[in-house]
Design a binder for this molecule. Structure first.
Ligand code: MLT
Length: 240
């Protein structure tokens, strides 16, 4: 099994996604939020790149079944019903709903990954379940870090490195690209204390500063969920 990693959507767009299993990761916080929301009964997400796209889609649907969610600078977008905190997506708010979502990096990466044969949603929250799906799938893997405004971010890369390590420990005889190897080495540096790593990361420090530290702690909870959302035809949902 070949395994590669893109540090940002900018890099992802330069890669051949065909026949690959792509894993989109935005630990802080978009993919973590999606995993929690779908576990809380949310029906699906429709990730879009811009706020305008989200508003246009909501206007087309004109249906209370659809909610608007997302953030800029980690804060809720004016006129949207939901932000991007996993704690916003409680069952009483999202059960049976479809959320049209626009975030700075996470939904951008999901839009950039649309050409792939299969796209999985990954974070520390569902790490082992995600790796099990990749092992079952037997496809070459491309890890797509959402990054920070098209650039490298620590937390997504470390999470990507955890996936590489876990697949290697499963004895799959991996062919690692330099990026995948670099991510694995970084993961080994932090594997003992993922919460501390998130607190060290630039975005983690920013979230702490603006009072969203509880989200950082929540996103560090390894394997708190067994579900692995997929992204198909522009929708993110649980397929099993
Ligand atoms: C993103 O997609 O850029 C992040 O999830 C931002 C955030 O933490 O809200």
């Amino acid at each position: 099994m070949k395994i590669d990693l893109a540090f940002s959507p900018y890099e992802l767009e330069k890669k051949d996604l065909r026949e690959k299993a792509v894993v989109v990761i935005d630990v802080l916080r978009a993919t973590s939020t999606m995993i929690v929301a779908l576990e809380n009964g949310c029906q699906a997400f429709i990730p879009v790149a811009t706020i305008e796209d989200a508003k246009k889609l909501a206007a087309e649907f004109r249906d209370s079944h659809f909610l608007l969610g997302g953030e800029r600078q980690a804060l809720p977008i004016e006129g949207f019903q939901l932000g991007n905190s996993p704690r916003d997506y409680r069952p009483e708010k999202v059960k049976g709903k479809t959320v049209i979502m626009s975030t700075t990096n996470g939904t951008r990466a999901l839009v950039a990954a649309r050409q792939a044969t299969i796209v999985f949603i990954g974070a520390f929250l569902n790490l082992s379940a995600l790796c099990q799906r990749l092992i079952e799938g037997k496809r070459d893997v491309l890890i797509a870090c959402s990054g920070e405004k098209e650039l490298f971010c620590l937390e997504d890369t470390v999470c990507g490195g955890a996936v590489v390590s876990s697949l290697e420990e499963a004895g799959l005889g991996l062919l690692k690209s330099d990026s995948a190897l670099a991510a694995q080495i970084l993961y080994k540096q932090f594997q003992g204390n993922i919460y501390q790593m998130l607190l060290t990361s630039e975005w983690g420090q920013y979230l702490e500063r603006i009072g969203l530290g509880e989200d950082v702690r929540l996103c560090a909870q390894i394997d708190s969920f067994n579900s692995v959302p997929v992204s198909r035809e522009g929708k993110v949902y649980l397929d099993r």
